[in-house]
Structure formats: C-alpha cells, structure tokens
Design a protein around this ligand. Structure first.
Ligand SMILES: *Cc1c(COP(=O)(O)O)cnc(C)c1O
Length: 439
C-alpha cells in the first residue's frame, strides 16, 4: 500500500488531463463562412424583417426547435439572459414571489430580482438535489407566480408533481436546463414539460458557442414576449402593434451569427457527446459504488441523467473521516485541473446555499424586498433549507472525470486514486485526530 500524496507520498498521476474540446473542423468552416459574408449579426431593434435576427440565428432556432420537438425557440446570448427574459415573459413583477432552488448557480435566483419580484427558496430532494415538490408546495403563498426548477447536475426534477402543484395554484413553471440538455423525464425532454425551458451554451456546458442560450416553449404569448425582451421591445411594440405591453421593454440579449453558426454544428454532435458522458459516468458510478459510504448518483425510474457533473454522497459515519479530508486527499493524487481551465474538476459541489449570499442576507436590492407592493415576509435565515445545507457543508462531492475527453486509461487513474485514498482511510483518520488536538 503506497503512502497517500496528501501525506507526502507519490501521487497516482501528475500528467494533466486532456481538455474537453467539442469544437472541430465543422465549426471552423461554419464560422469562416459567416466571416467571409461580413454579416456578423443582422438584428434590427425595430419592427422590421430583421427584428428576429439573421439567417444563422434563424436556422439554429429552427434546428433546436426540431431537435426538442417544440413550436418556438429563441436564441439568446446566455442562459442568464434567458432566465431574465422568461421571468419577464411570465408577467412577473413587484409584489410577486418566485419559488427557486438554493442549490444552483446564482443566476437562477437573480432573475426574479431583475423584475422586482422576490425569490423564495424551497429545499431540495436529497437524492437528485433538484427542488423537492413537497417543500415547494409549503412555500406557496397568494403572491407566488411561478416555480423556477433547475434540473441540477443533469438529472430531471420530479416534474409530474411540480406540474400538479402548478396547475392547482395557477403558477407558471420555468425550467432551467443549463445542465440538462436532452435529459428526459418519463419520455419527455426537460425544458418542454413546463411553460418554458432555458438552455446554456456557455463553454462549460455539454455543447457550447462560447457564450449563448436557447429558450424553448409551445406558448405563443411567452415566445412573443421573449422576442421583445431580447431586442429592445420598447422600440418595437408600436410598429408591431403589440397590445399587451406588460414587461415588454427590452434588453439586448441577441446572439451573433458566428455563435449561431457554431451552435448549428454543436447541436449535431450533442447525442454522441451525451452517450460518451453517460458511458463514463456509469463506469465510474459502478466502480466507486463498491466503496462503502460512497453513494453514486441516483437515477430515478423513468429518468435520463446527462451528467453535467457527477455528484456523489459521502457518508462520514461509514467512511470514518470528513468529506473535505477525503476531497483534499483525492486532489493530491490527481491533477485537479485540465488545460486552460482554472476551476478544479473535483470538489464539494456547488456554491453555498444561495440565500446565504450577502445580496439576500443584507437585502441588497432596492425594489424587491422593500417594495410597497410586497406584502410577504421572506426568510433567508441560516437553517432555512436543511437538506441543501447538509449536502453542501457535509455530504456531496462532485467530479467531472466523466467528460468525453477522458480516455479509459485516464479513468483507470481516476479509479486507482479513489481506491488508494479509500485503502488509506486509517492514515487520514490519524491525520484528522492530530489536527483536532492541535486545534
Ligand atoms: C451555467 C448555468 C447557468 C448560467 O448559464 P450562462 O449561459 O453562463 O449564463 C445558469 N444555471 C445553471 C444551473 C447553470 O449551470
């Protein structure tokens, strides 16, 4: 048994892991065609044939709508912009509440604030880390207008129950699918189950255009409002003779022709990239699932998980050490970065529960929290979502070793590292005991 690198031994691997690069010749040629045309964007911010953008944007939207089986698709410049646009398009405003998840990327809770509404955090399901429908229902008040679900890590939220609650209380359902393109729930693609779904094309995601986002819906009213919000709606509504002006003032959320050209090629590659990810994730789940106290990701009956990241649970009472000690030991055995990326590909999961951020703790938003139209009393106290807090502070660890760029030899190093750390738990226990004495 060789000594752990964390305690001064030799690491399993020092060679940096390969970069995921989904961009190839097809994308290069597509971008060159756009550059040669000189037509890098064709949007016009008034009611005009080019109000909906140029040929690449329109083609990309058509392809995406076809792939997801929806009536309307709108390209935007990020998932964050898309979330903002969808909150606006659902007529949300001052005095309203939107139920959101605390266990996600920050943009998910900011979107309601942009329109002067208040984000209300509900707790997550401890197996999928998505919003727990029971906890969502407890948070509903007369002010609730929408539920913003996020299919976090790539696993679908329990959509039957969410939709039932939404119908009962007449709420809109917005799906943040940034981490879950082509994930499915009982045979339906996520993003197409609620009123509207948003995908990210940021370079961290399954496929990308550098920055970008896609919005899908079958609702003509939402589609039209998103189009107005995307492109200076206030300058367009008169020419367009729009009757419902609520929240139609706009931003510039437009995607360029180059990004759309890349996106058209990336979308074709998505199914194969997902397959490679799922294959690697399932291999790692099987291998690490043999280690007592390490629980591989749950895949619920009827669900397809697309593994944006692979989230394990760590049972410290079974393993005998703290999760963070385990992660530190793993980080010492393997390079934690891949080329040109600054974030480690193994860690303790997402950002801390969002409500603990200063913006909520100090109510740093002029309108939303102090709005005279707001009659509620939202809480952002520590302890608000105990499952989220336990997952973030104690139980979950995540890695991205299932990326398509990892070869089977790379994966062998990964499993060797996990097994090596596991076999040396007693040394880590000793380390923790010494640290405790010093503290
Ligand atoms: C990446 C991500 C976002 C933000 O997407 P951008 O396209 O970078 O704006 C939002 N929500 C979740 C869950 C994400 O993973």
């Amino acid at each position: 048994m060789s000594k752990l690198a964390f305690l001064g031994g030799k690491p399993v691997r020092t060679n940096i892991f390969p970069q995921s690069n989904t961009i190839g010749e097809e994308e290069k040629r597509a971008v060159m065609r756009v550059l040669d045309s000189g037509n890098l964007s064709q949007y016009v911010g008034s009611w005009n044939p080019d109000f909906m953008g140029g040929p690449m944007v329109k083609q990309f939207e058509k392809d995406w709508a076809h792939a997801f089986g929806v009536e309307y698709c709108m390209a935007v410049n990020s998932n964050t912009s898309g979330l903002n646009a969808c909150i606006g398009a659902c007529d949300i405003g001052p005095g309203d509440e939107v139920i959101v998840s605390p266990y996600t990327m920050t943009a998910g809770a900011i979107a309601p604030l942009i329109y002067g509404a208040v984000p209300v955090f509900a707790d997550i399901d401890e197996d999928t880390f998505c919003l727990d429908p029971k906890k969502v229902e407890e948070k509903i008040t007369p002010r609730t207008k929408a539920i913003l679900v996020v299919h976090i890590t790539g696993h679908p939220t329990d959509m039957d129950e969410i939709m039932m609650i939404a119908r009962k209380h007449n709420l809109k359902v917005i799906e943040d699918c940034a981490q879950s393109p082509m994930a499915s729930y009982k045979g339906r693609l996520v993003g197409t189950i609620g009123d509207v779904g948003i995908f990210s094309l940021n370079y961290h995601k399954h496929i990308h255009t550098g920055e970008g986002g896609m919005i899908v819906t079958n609702d003509a009213v939402i589609a039209e409002k998103v189009q107005l919000i995307r492109n200076h709606g206030e300058a367009v509504v008169e020419g367009k003779k729009t009757k419902d002006l609520w929240n139609t003032y706009g931003f510039n959320y437009r995607m360029t022709e180059m990004e759309a050209a890349v996106g058209i090629e990336q979308l074709k590659k998505l199914p194969a990239l997902l397959e490679q990810r799922i294959e690697r994730a399932e291999f790692l789940s099987a291998a690490l699932g043999k280690l007592p106290g390490i629980i591989p990701p749950t895949v619920k009956e009827g669900c397809k998980h697309v593994y944006y990241i692979q989230a394990f649970k760590f049972k410290k009472d079974i393993v005998g050490i703290q999760r963070n000690t385990f992660i530190d030991a793993m980080k010492a055995e393997l390079p934690t970065m891949v080329l040109r990326e600054s974030t480690p590909i193994i860690g303790c999961g997402f950002a801390p529960p969002l409500y603990l951020q200063p913006i909520y703790q100090q109510r740093l938003h002029k309108c939303s929290f102090n709005c005279p139209r707001y009659e509620g009393e939202v809480s952002y106290d520590k302890g608000l979502c105990p499952v989220t807090e336990r997952m973030f502070f104690e139980e979950v660890f995540t890695h991205e070793y299932m990326r398509p760029s990892f070869s089977w030899d790379d994966l062998k190093d990964v499993t060797d590292a996990y097994y090596k750390v596991y076999e040396n738990i007693s040394d880590l226990k000793e380390f923790e005991a010494k640290k405790a004495v010093l503290a």
